[in-house]
Write a protein that binds this ligand. Structure first.
Ligand code: IPE
Ligand code: IPE
Ligand code: MG
Length: 249
């Protein structure tokens, strides 16, 4: 998704442009609580959450962050009411349609990851059209996780690799981290440098279990619909204070 305004948002002066995360991942949590606090139905929180996402994508583009991956619907979220699930599926479909022209013109390259076999066919078609239309874009890599579960993704990768072993294409001893990574939905993306989770929850909720091995975690009490440019600025400032050691001293 891309925002409606076209004026460039400048990188805040206190951020070091040479030390920005290249890939930011976000668990967009707290839409329901945001709505409840205001006496609205939960779906209003999801609508406002979409606005927050649009603004975040704009910031990434303007500030030179090359990849953004967001958790929109987990394999566990099917456990919610039919009304909420239906609303979310329709919201995603509408957003992919409405925002497509702007994603094309803004050079956003859209990818959707997750098990897309049992999402509504009309949503699948909207995703397919948006992916195809943006596949050659050279700007921000924008990945949306829908019906995504990290464990399921790893199991699926193992099944594919096991089939290749069975067919004699590779030997068990050839299987390494690189081969496993290449069979994940995110095969052609670098691992996230920064994971943001809103609404104060300190858990990973089955998101990018493999890919987040060395990401910096940033948890904020801000609820997702309130996660605006200032909140993202704070997250980046915090990230730039971290010392990433990767196991070294
Ligand atoms: C995140 O907000 C959006 C989705 C999981 C689809 P929630 O809907 O989980 O909001 P809370 O956690 O109930 O406040
Ligand atoms: C994680 O949020 C999934 C998404 C943001 C899409 P949840 O609200 O589903 O996670 P839990 O239930 O608090 O772990
Ligand atoms: Mg939640």
């Amino acid at each position: 998704m891309t925002p409606k305004t076209t004026s460039l948002i400048e990188l805040p002066a206190d951020l070091d442009c040479t030390r920005l995360p290249q890939h930011v991942a976000a668990i967009m949590d707290g839409n329901g609580r945001w709505a409840k606090k205001r006496g609205f139905p939960r779906i209003v929180g999801h609508q406002r959450g979409a606005d927050a996402l649009r603004n975040l994508l704009r910031c990434c583009k303007d500030w030179g962050i090359s990849a953004l991956t967001v958790y929109a619907f987990s394999t566990e979220n099917w456990g919610r009411s039919i009304e909420e699930v239906d609303f979310l599926m329709t919201l995603f479909e509408n957003l992919f349609q409405i925002e497509l022209a702007e994603m094309v013109s803004e050079q956003v390259k859209l990818e959707v990851v997750g098990n897309l076999e049992n999402i509504p066919p009309s949503l699948y078609d909207a995703i397919d059209r948006a992916r195809t239309a943006t596949q050659h874009n050279q700007g921000v890599r924008f990945t949306v996780a829908i019906n995504y579960g990290g464990r399921q993704e790893i199991v699926r990768a193992c099944q594919t690799i096991a089939t290749q072993v069975q067919q004699g294409l590779i030997r068990p001893a050839d299987i390494d981290e690189n081969i496993l990574s290449q069979h994940l939905h995110t095969a052609d993306l670098p691992d996230p440098d920064l994971l943001i989770r809103t609404s104060g929850e300190m858990r990973i909720s089955n998101f990018l279990l493999w890919q987040l091995a060395y990401a910096e975690f940033y948890v904020t009490d801000t609820l997702w619909p309130d996660f605006d440019r200032r909140a993202f600025h704070q997250a980046l400032l915090n990230y730039q204070q971290r010392h990433r050691r990767f196991g070294k001293i």
